[in-house]
Design a protein around this ligand. Sequence first.
Ligand code: NDP
Length: 312
Amino acid sequence: MITTDVENYPGFAKGIEGPDLMMQFRQQAERFGTEFLEEWINTVELQERPFTLHTDNKVIKAETLIIASGASAKWLGIPGEAKTPHGFGGNGVSACATCDGPLPAFRNKRLVVVGGGDTAMEEATFLTRYASRVYVVHRRDKLRASKIMQEKAFRNEKIEFIWNASVTEILGTPEHGVTGVRIKNPDDGEHFTLDCEGVFIAIGHKPNTDLFKGQIDMDSVGYLKTNGHSTATNIPGVFACGDVQDSVYRQAVTAAGTGCMSAIDAERFLDHLPVEMPSGEGVTMEGEHITPDHQLIITATGEIIPNEPAPE
Ligand code: NDP
């Protein structure tokens, strides 16, 4: 959890600190009997049910599994970037404009966005609502972002591009937070300082899915594939919710929403009801498949029967 002030979660009119919100989630779940195990999962076996999860000193068996392992923002790994008190993370440095951009600390300030992809264009455009000026600092002279996102950013008068530029250090003081960035031109090695009051790192995210490689279908970046109509993965009984399967919205409230969907999907599965898979088929715990058009049932033994009530 790197977000400190959460201003966009419904129900908290005055905002809430991220760790307090998480504690409230936990206490609420405990009130309904949820048992929390604080364990690092080393390996998973998902070929057959019950699924098996291995920790350092436990073997956990589960009839269903909901994966909510999230995605981590990528960082530059430069001085000044770490979370306070080691750097200015949470004190002027962020990896989420939607979460932190509207905070008073960034209003009418000069902000730097690092990156050249769609995330950087989206964050820069969003931040112009609050900032006095937004500098997009990119390490090449061409953007990776889609044409439409680039053009929207180019048209925005508050955005200025600084090309062929690598941010090598974030400058500031504990009292005032960020005061500037050191920038290097990778071609000639020249350094200069750009004054600013906030830095948004927008160089991509890495979904936390290494554990599931080779077992669950993922996209080219590593996000788990679900079909949008349910949170089912390609393995019947394994569901995925939150940022681990969502590269677009990435908000606490959308993650909580898909978490609720996963819980309902898992309950349906445990109640022996069909759950819609990414292929469009419905699959039950017994291994029955319902075709995407809902016309046929293929039983676990391969028998094909119509999916309609027997005539009276
Ligand atoms: P991308 O991988 O597309 O872009 C990352 C950017 O960060 C690149 O420009 C890259 O530079 C730069 N970068 C990476 N590492 C470093 C580094 N160490 N130092 C400096 N710069 C670095 O990630 P995005 O998060 O932008 O997008 C991920 C996916 O999500 C894409 O498919 C995108 O289209 C999608 N997306 C769509 C949105 C929408 O449609 N509204 C919004 C946001 C994302 P370089 O170009 O040199 O490699």
